[in-house]
Design a protein around this ligand. Structure first.
Ligand code: SIN
Length: 285
């Protein structure tokens, strides 16, 4: 393998990687280099990749076991490949169009995601990522102490639950081209530490997923709200973020344990279609 060309796209996180063809099997050297690039940059991007669903899955499997989505249906031919679609005339909000870390309401949320662009608008439809290590590191020592050992309750209620109070009509939530189920089990409460330690880098990050976090454990919604609102707002400060402009055949691979992301919904009248593959993770500690 020739050396990877790694070009950071922002001060906080994110790097484009050139000099690799993701349709080809990874050798040990390339795997190690990409894993290091992911740990250092939190989200890595590739351009001009022409890959089939099988090749996307084979690439993802180097990094761990794969998962299917509990609520959104994958391709009939490849259930682990989730089509993320917004049609030109969809009235729906876009999938992922709110700050979140993917399915943080699972006991063992994913380690990462690999998102491949099949069709994107000429302009718009960017994805913003935020570095949750930085969000943690820049808190005051006093607030870090207050949060140390504290846990929070996450649910999938606002995304996939029937009693969602924020967005009530299903057709406003998801594209008609995505097969997404609303289910009662999305309301099951799962507790995670508010500060988590990355299992591979050993670094601490703030673990709040704006769409899923409900309240601090052993505290009411009302009691939790002021501090949670502060943390959610603080964690999206522009200087903690990077913004990726997609082209057809771009790939983003993010570490879901130490980032949040937000898919911009600013391209009404244009079709956007991606393939997403999820790599399993472990219980946050
Ligand atoms: C997601 O949240 O997985 C979707 C991100 C995107 O479509 O940019």
């Amino acid at each position: 393998m020739k050396n990877l060309d790694i070009r950071p796209i922002a001060g906080a996180l994110g790097a484009e990687i050139h000099g690799i063809d993701l349709s080809q099997p990874l050798d040990d050297m390339a795997f190690t280099a990409l894993q290091r690039a992911l740990h250092e940059n939190l989200v890595i991007f590739f351009r001009d990749q022409v890959i089939t669903p099988e090749q996307q899955l084979a690439f993802a499997r180097h990094f761990g076991a794969l998962e299917t989505h509990r609520y959104a249906k994958g391709l009939a031919s490849h259930p682990e490949v989730l089509p993320v679609i917004k049609e030109a005339d969809d009235r729906a909000a876009n999938f992922g169009g709110i700050w979140h870390s993917d399915v943080s309401f699972h006991e063992e949320p994913p380690m990462g995601q690999i998102l491949y662009a099949l069709q994107v608008p000429d302009a718009g439809g960017d994805t913003i990522f935020v570095n949750m290590y930085k969000a943690y590191d820049s808190l005051s020592d006093g607030l870090k102490q207050l949060l140390e050992g504290r846990r929070a309750i996450h649910t999938g209620e606002r995304s996939y639950g029937p009693s969602d109070s924020q967005v009530t009509r299903r057709q406003d939530k998801f594209s008609r081209s995505m097969d997404v189920k609303i289910k009662n089990d999305a309301e099951v409460e799962v507790s995670h530490p508010v500060i988590r330690t990355h299992p591979e880098t050993g670094r601490k990050s703030l673990y709040i997923s704006a769409i899923s976090i409900q309240r601090f454990e052993n505290m009411s919604h009302e009691e939790s709200k002021p501090l949670l609102d502060f943390l959610i707002a603080y964690a999206k400060r522009p200087e903690f973020t990077c913004r990726f402009r997609w082209d057809k055949n771009s790939v983003a691979f993010w570490d879901n344990r130490c980032t949040q992301h937000y898919a911009l919904n600013d391209y009404h009248g244009h079709h956007r279609e991606m393939h997403r593959v999820t790599i399993a993770g472990d219980r946050p500690v």
